[in-house]
Design a protein. Structure first.
Length: 146
């Protein structure tokens, strides 16, 4: 397989989290299976990057400065972006999960489970499905989850 073929098949990801250590850990988990095309510490920078770079996946924290991940997802949906949103957050509450999906999310991963759930979430999203970390116990609201 040529490098061009390999890059064409690689899923491109933008990572946004206000915590540097979390961003670094996420990048470690994603490489070399995914192409991380940008990392950002706030929602506004993440939104701008997604609109310019058109990645396959925007991996967003909910609680970020300037714009929350929910606001970023909503804006991407308003602008009809093809980028799919995967939330990676500490929030386990069903209200946050519902808000994320209402804003246009395709997946919701709890940070404490990212090592086990992140790849499953991205895989589900790339197949056109949705994913919610099982510990959120909201699967009855999303019949096609996981």
């Amino acid at each position: 397989m040529t490098d061009l073929e390999k890059s064409e098949r690689c899923i491109r990801v933008v990572v946004a989290d206000d915590n540097l250590q979390v961003r670094e850990k996420v990048v470690q988990l994603l490489l070399p299976d995914f192409e991380v095309v940008g990392t950002h510490a706030n929602g506004q920078a993440a939104l701008e990057a997604v609109l310019i770079l058109n990645p396959d996946i925007a991996l967003l924290d909910i609680s970020m400065p300037l714009m929350s991940g929910i606001e970023v997802a909503h804006e991407l949906r308003t602008r009809e972006s093809k980028t799919k949103v995967v939330f990676l957050t500490v929030h386990e509450d069903v209200d946050f999960v519902n808000a994320a999906f209402d804003a246009g999310a395709s997946a919701y991963v709890v940070k404490s489970q990212m090592a086990s759930d992140l790849f499953a979430a991205i895989s589900a999203v790339e197949r056109g499905g949705v994913f919610v970390s099982p510990m959120c116990a909201v699967n009855e609201n999303y019949p096609n989850v996981n």
